[in-house]
Design a protein. Structure first.
Length: 382
């Protein structure tokens, strides 16, 4: 553009049109001066949901009312880890194939929704942390509403479940949940339990039989937090894969429809829960909805780009720039003391009064921009 201005100016000067010359030079000056202004930087587009966890979830930190089971389950898992050495991925895959060949009695078939499930798995794979598994889908000719996974990561889903699916997002919740079991090593714990029972059975004796039976029962009862972990992992995976968490809640509604309803009396619900391997579907529904709502609140805060004040990192060197507004969140970058940061969102000023001790900021190096959360007490106005 500037070269064009110079070229035209030379022509006008040669022709000696005074008025035209003055207008043209004034226009070029305005154009050049406007190009000298500092370019306004708009932060990169952010997501509609910012989930606290990825596909790996810590049920201890999820307030869904199953803390006791989590603590008891951890003790059982520790006992199994001490009793059974680490299993390689090859051993897990072989054990999964053994389960398929010896315990899956329903014939393998196809369903009109099977391609949906395969597509979902492929779209979620790039966001999985545990690698080296094929996660092959097997559709079972069975009228029950069921899906499960085995060591090695393969997924089994019944025609009865697929018959009830209306939206692909609903199925994404189911598939994401099963992938969550592998991501959070639940299938590895299942393999350890199987090996533990096998070893104890070979040793024989009444005491070994009793110990094995108690461990099996305890593992089943205390596995409820594992299911909650997978529910939350599923929300992250399906969102990353391009599905809608709100529509996916239809899959949770189907679970409620095909599960035993939770008794209204607390004492009865607590007593019956002791003999269940899964949490009450009503509790899962509440937990997931709250998780989605929190993710939406975080995203709303991150989308507000007003109040871009300059601040300086102080008091701590380096200052951790975190992925989420909690101290245990992953560190994205270490900001040196005295470095300037730019506020993107101050949550205390937003409608949703969350994360009030944190600021969402932009930190720029020579060649890169970093967006993340910093503890408010470690920065001051420039």
């Amino acid at each position: 553009m500037y070269q064009f201005c110079i070229f035209m100016s030379k022509i006008i000067l040669i022709e000696n049109h005074r008025l035209l010359k003055r207008v043209w030079i004034l226009g070029c000056c305005i154009l050049i001066l406007s190009g000298c202004k500092e370019e306004i930087e708009i932060p990169e587009p952010l997501e509609s949901y910012i989930f606290l966890y990825t596909s790996k979830v810590d049920a201890q930190a999820v307030n869904c009312g199953y803390t006791y089971y989590e603590e008891a389950g951890d003790r059982i898992k520790k006992h199994l880890r001490n009793s059974v050495p680490n299993l390689s991925k090859k051993e897990l895959i072989e054990l999964g194939n053994y389960f398929k060949n010896n315990y899956v009695v329903s014939p393998i078939t196809e369903h009109t929704r099977s391609p949906w499930a395969i597509e979902i798995i492929e779209r979620m794979k790039p966001f999985l942390i545990e690698s080296g598994y094929s996660h092959t889908l097997f559709t079972l000719e069975d009228h029950s509403f069921s899906a499960f996974t085995v060591p090695g990561g393969n997924i089994f889903i019944t025609t009865g479940l697929l018959d009830q699916i209306n939206e692909i997002d609903e199925l994404a919740y189911i598939i994401g949940h099963e992938l969550g079991h592998n991501e959070n090593n639940h299938t590895t714990e299942l393999a350890r339990l199987y090996k533990y029972v096998e070893n104890k059975s070979n040793e024989g004796g009444i005491l070994n039989y009793a110990t094995t039976s108690i461990t099996q029962l305890g593992s089943k009862i205390c596995g409820k937090p594992d299911e909650l972990e997978c529910d939350l992992a599923s929300m992250y995976l399906l969102h990353k894969a391009g599905y809608d968490p709100e529509i996916a809640m239809g899959g949770v509604e189907l679970l409620k429809m095909y599960s035993e309803p939770k008794p209204e009396e607390d004492w009865r619900a607590a007593l019956m829960a002791f003999f269940k391997s899964h949490p009450w579907s009503e509790d899962r529904d509440i937990c997931i909805r709250e998780y989605i709502q929190e993710a939406k609140f975080s995203a709303v805060c991150e989308h507000i780009y007003s109040n871009k004040k300059g601040f300086i990192a102080t008091k701590q060197s380096p200052l951790e720039l975190r992925e989420f507004p909690i101290k245990r969140a992953k560190s994205i970058y270490k900001i040196p003391k005295g470095a300037k940061v730019q506020i993107v969102c101050d949550c205390i000023e937003q409608e949703y009064r969350i994360n009030e001790e944190w600021l969402y900021v932009l930190y720029k190096t020579k060649d890169k921009k970093y967006y993340g959360w910093v503890d408010k007490k470690f920065i001051k106005p420039d």
